[in-house]
Design a binder for this molecule. Sequence first.
Ligand SMILES: Nc1nc2c(c(=O)[nH]1)N[C@H]1C(S)=C(S)[C@@H](COP(=O)(O)O)O[C@H]1N2
Ligand SMILES: [Mo]
Length: 198
Amino acid sequence: MSIVSRGFHGRRGGDPALPPGQYLTEDFPVLSAGPTPRVPPAAWTFTITNAAGASRRWTWREYLALPAERPHVDIHCVTKWSKLGTDWEGVSLDTLFEEVEPDAPYAMIECYGGYTTNLPVEDLLDGKAWVAHGFGGEPLHPEHGGPARLLVPHLYFWKSAKWVSGIRLMDHDEPGFWEAAGYHNYGDPWREQRYEGD
Ligand SMILES: Nc1nc2c(c(=O)[nH]1)N[C@H]1C(S)=C(S)[C@@H](COP(=O)(O)O)O[C@H]1N2
Ligand SMILES: [Mo]
């Protein structure tokens, strides 16, 4: 037998799509720091506030009226599971930032339930990040962040904040929930930036 396909367990670590130290999973584990907030779409809003204090808020209906994309991406959790070729539906942050000037270098992502995570604004732009409301052709399940979550697949998955409520732009960087607890400030899975100091 010489056929070796992606996902075959004997190939763990050998798949070029798998960052160092990660293993493949076919499941979709649920990892939440607290209970799942139930956010009815009718009550959901998403707000971007820039450093100058300008802000734009979208209701669920307004958000759904924006052009959606269908990113097909690999996701990597700091707890070492990776899931390849996941299918999402969401609105590019480029589309959202057309309506609010991205006037500062840092972003704090804010969520229903209080979770936060920080990242550079440039990691949200140029086709690298989405607000996602669909997964696998279905509405995003509440446990996975529905009605909508951030999707930033090039960074460890803790940056992909579930139940996202908005983005606040900042002139100076500030740590979010896990970053303040010792996770790496940036979280590049290809450089294994799991914890502070990596
Ligand atoms: N609001 C919120 N978003 C969150 C988290 C959280 O606890 N709360 N956990 C993060 C972590 S550590 C991971 S790995 C992913 C898990 O997403 P999943 O539960 O859909 O697999 O969500 C991220 N987003
Ligand atoms: Mo995670």
